[in-house]
Write a protein that binds this ligand. Structure first.
Ligand code: NCD
Length: 304
């Protein structure tokens, strides 16, 4: 890692000022206040070792909107990784081809490892069940569009054990005042205890709920996630969790009129499609904010 390399690996490494500065920059990009030449001449390498639609495409869109170009690894099967090349070697080589790297990888810690051998900035596009900082920033951006990020009740529902978006979001929320975190997960899929410990050590109040019906009237934000099927060690265990919960218009009748529903997407069947047109459904708008957020991140790490 070079001395002045600016990586974005985890929200844990960022203080509240850094997060707020990126959210403010994203608001500027969202209002179309940019020239489109900010990253002219720069190349972003996109290395995704796991499937992705939003993160991959919105990073590419963000880079192109700022005048930069994209270098795609393409499919893992078509790369030298199938010949047994290590991640470190791949990253060392690609450092010479691009001005920054965005990496998604199934192993927790992969982005940090990559940053140690890279000679250009590394952005974590999701590392296993670990962190997903660009998703967290766009989640915070979406919440801030509807309410102040203080003194609010946020419900995390779904696969809180393997879902990196909730791990990442919860860590970021500890940096804001009076956020109460309500967890609603099938038994066995609650937040890992070491994460709960970190959150409580950081002063966050966590309230564990058995069911969504009793929780929903208290919430300002309901953040729903899918079961992370690919991270279940035992497919048979997955089957027993599937379809254990579903957000429906009937359920939402119990919510405060100002409550918003977020989801990092992809949705499988945890939010009924009839919710999509309700004013509380913000998940597609949330996905759109991925572009201005990633523009802010790319500008931050590559601006010369
Ligand atoms: C999430 C991810 O990859 O962690 N997707 C995304 O980036 N929006 C959530 C998920 O896959 O469930």
């Amino acid at each position: 890692m070079t001395h002045d390399q600016k990586n974005i690996l985890s929200v844990r490494d960022m203080d509240r000022e850094e997060i707020d500065a990126l959210l403010t920059a994203a608001a500027k990009f969202d209002q179309k206040k940019f020239t489109g030449h900010e990253l002219e001449g720069k190349i972003l390498a996109v290395l995704f070792f796991e499937p992705s639609t939003r993160t991959r495409m919105s990073f590419a869109s963000a880079m192109m909107r700022l005048g930069g170009k994209i270098l795609n690894l393409g499919s893992v099967e078509a790369s030298s990784i199938v010949k047994g090349e290590t991640l470190s070697d791949t990253i060392r080589v690609i450092s010479g081809y691009a001005d920054a790297i965005v990496l998604r990888h199934p192993k927790e810690g992969a982005a940090r490892l990559a940053s140690e051998v890279a000679s250009v900035p590394v952005i974590n596009g999701g590392d296993g069940a670990g962190q997903h900082p660009s998703q967290t920033l766009l989640d915070l951006f979406t919440i801030r569009k509807s309410m102040k990020l203080e003194n609010i009740d946020i419900g995390l529902q779904g696969d809180l054990r393997y879902g990196r978006t909730v791990h990442s979001l919860a860590a970021a929320l500890t940096k804001y005042d009076d956020i109460r975190l309500h967890t609603i997960a099938p038994e066995g899929l609650d937040l890992p205890s070491h994460l709960k410990q970190d959150l409580t050590d950081a002063g966050m109040e966590i309230i564990v709920h058995e069911n969504i019906e009793e929780t929903i009237p208290e919430l300002d934000v309901l953040y729903v996630t899918r079961l992370q099927r690919e991270r279940f060690p035992d497919p048979a265990a997955f089957a027993s969790f599937a379809a254990t919960y579903r957000v429906t218009p009937e359920l939402l009748e119990r919510a405060k009129p100002s409550m918003i529903v977020l989801h990092p997407l992809p949705r499988v069947d945890e939010i009924d499609q009839s919710v999509d047109n309700l004013p509380c459904a913000k998940y597609f708008q949330q996905a759109h904010y991925g572009v201005p957020i990633r523009m802010a991140m790319l500008d931050e790490v590559m601006r010369s």
